[in-house]
Every structure is written in structure tokens, then in C-alpha cells.
Design a protein around this ligand. Sequence first.
Ligand code: SF4
Length: 327
Amino acid sequence: MEQFALEVEDLVMHFGPVRAVDGVTLRVRQGSVVALVGESGSGKSTVGRCIVRLLEPTGGTIRLADADVTHLNRRQLRPHRRDVSIVFQDPAGSLDPRLSVGDIVGEPLRLMRRKDIPAKVSEALRRVGLRPEVANRSPHELSGGQRQRVSIARALISEPRLLVADEPTSALDVSVQAAVLNLLADLQRDLGFACLFITHDLSAVEYLADEVAVMYLGQLVEQGPRARIFGVPAHPYTQALLSAAPVPDPAEQRARKPVLLGDDLPSAIDPPSGCRFHTRCPVAVDKCRTVVPESRVIGEGGHQVACHLVSDDGTGPDVRTVEGATP
Ligand code: SF4
């Protein structure tokens, strides 16, 4: 039987009238990387916070390594500490400035009453490319990139099965983003943990993710193997995101016409009827305004899409080539 580090079923998270997450189903296999991609405000970070149970979901279930943790309280969650860790976007805000780096990195082991903590802290720091002496420093003496390495060391010291990485590089200086991304990729390969990589930047995950799930306004619109999402994206929103992502080849970059989505993301308080993307979709038809598109499998590896215009074999419009979709 296939082993999953994470299974999220029909997850719902409402904050009063705000429907931040509205029926998300996704799985992460043991040892694999799934990228959860969407614009700011799509609800992707809320999914991450539910998974590590910083939030209690309004509905649905969350299973970590086969255990249902959806409604466990703090005490009941204790035995599941090794199942999941999280790295946040902003290392400055997530590291307690009153503690030394060594205390911060060793904290998960203290909570688990482990022995030999200083030696394990040195090893964890070395693994993320920091010298052991950094353990005696305060986080505010470090650069942004070093602080994020400290967060990664803390998240991985307990050898979790699953790491939730919530925009781990987007608060960092552009010059150090690639190094931190490469570090995460190397660690994932060497240590073999599963990873849910949450990002707004589809291009950042092209070489890291085994699978990609694309989120729009609280729901998944497309998910599947990386090669299919990048090679034959079927949902107009995925196509638009890909058309805007920078490519390394300057000639190809100049030839590109990003699909403009026009208006901002609509409000999650009163999401559009029918397909939630219809207010910005360049190829929307009448049906899109009234009928909610169901998610269907359209290709190998469980490639799924929720769009009325995509047929069962995955063929449909490509907004990157539709007249009027580009400026
Ligand atoms: Fe566009 Fe309609 Fe497909 Fe939604 S269902 S993505 S509005 S074509």
C-alpha cells in the first residue's frame, strides 16, 4: 500500500465570513515534494497552518502518517511532533530574539526530552551550512539568509517525516534566495523527508517538486506530476501563471507575452459564482458564471483539472495563444 506523509481531505477553513480554504484535497507521498502554488490571498498559507495545526480546520480531515490530527488538542498532538515541522516566510519574526541560536535549534529536542542536545545542535547547524559557534549568537546578529538557515535547522533537528515550507525564500534578499532553495533541495534529497512547498512563484519549484497543486481563491484548480503541469498545463490559471514566470533564456524571455489577468484576486468573502476564476479568465463562457466545474482526472499520474473547457483527454484552450488574452 502506498504510504503518505500527509493526506488532506476536503479541507475547509473559514474565518467568520471569509472562506479562506474551501474544499482542498491533496496528498504528499513519503519522501516526495509537492508544491502548493497560488497568488497571495489564495489560501495556500492557511492550508499550511492547518496541517501543522496552528489552526483548527472548520471542516475536512488532516492525516499525518496515517493518524487523524484534525481536531487534536495541544497535549494530544505531542506524540505527532516528529510527523511534521514548518519553516515560515519571515525568519526574523519566527525566531525568539531573547534566545541563543543554540537554544532555538535545540528546542524541539528539549520538548521531546532527548539527550546529547548540544552535539545534535552542532550537527544540525553544520548541515545547513553554519559553523557550530553560531549556536552562541543571538538571531539578530545574523543575516536574513543565516536566520532562515537557523529556522531550517530547527525544523529538521527532530527528523520530521514532513516539512511544510511556507514561502521560505520570499522574504530574503534575491541574492541569497537560490542558495536557500538549493540547500532545501539538497537536504530533502539527503534526508528523504516529504515536503509541502508553499510558494507564489511557480518557476521556483520547477526543479524541486515531484508534483504541483495550483490553488485559486481557496480551491485547487489543477494538480499533477511536475512534468505535466509544466509541459501540458490544462487550466487557464496555471497557463497564465506559467506565462508570467521568468525563464533563463533571454531570447525566449523577450519573445514571451505574459497573460494579463487584469483585476486583483476577488474577495474570499463573496467568491464569484460558478467557476471562481471566471471574472479573470480570458476564455470564460456563459456556463462558467453559473456552474461550478468539478475536478476530473485528465491524464497520467493523477493529473486533475477543474475547468469546463478541458476535455477528458486533457485537450482545451491555451490562454497563452488565444487572441486577446495577451496585451
Ligand atoms: Fe475559465 Fe470557465 Fe475554465 Fe473557469 S471553467 S477556468 S472560467 S474556461
